[in-house]
Design a protein around this ligand. Structure first.
Ligand SMILES: [Zn+2]
Ligand SMILES: [Zn+2]
Length: 144
């Protein structure tokens, strides 16, 4: 069964398969993508805004293609993308490399902390406790 969705780009209803845009918009975006890719091939140092201006396309469409990972820029500043964690400009994706690394680092630290918590504490009175428990065992045995 096909879902009826509202196209995110033109707000028209359409039968959705797996796209979030209607077929018309997907065609538009494909066309924009091809032009943008060709343009960027010759103009590596463009940014999102100047590219949109050069192609006479909407910045939102360029941004959509960048977010979808179809277009990328040489410079992080040019992409118009910001890290979702720290707000720094990034060239592609959702978070900057630093934030990506710190997520992995904090996950690793958390795992290390957990395993330290679960490890039995080494205590000097362990021997004493062993002795005393065997003593109690002895009394228990004697009372039987
Ligand atoms: Zn549409
Ligand atoms: Zn960041």
């Amino acid at each position: 069964m096909d879902d009826i969705k509202v196209c995110k780009r033109c707000r028209k209803l359409f039968q959705a398969y797996r796209n979030e845009n209607c077929p018309n918009c997907e065609e538009d975006l494909d066309r924009i993508f091809e032009r943008a890719r060709d343009y960027l091939y010759d103009h590596r140092h463009e940014n999102m805004i100047s590219l949109a201006k050069a192609l006479e396309e909407k910045e939102a469409d360029i941004l959509y293609l960048v977010r979808a990972g179809r277009l990328s820029f040489d410079s992080a500043e040019g992409s118009g993308l910001l890290c979702e964690q720290c707000g720094r400009p990034i060239a592609s994706g959702r978070v900057c490399d630093d934030c990506k690394n710190s997520v992995y680092k904090s996950l690793g630290e958390m795992a290390a902390r957990d395993s330290a918590k679960n490890a039995p504490p080494v205590r000097s009175d362990d021997k004493f406790r062993q002795k005393s428990s065997s003593y109690i065992d002895e009394i228990a045995r004697r009372d039987r």
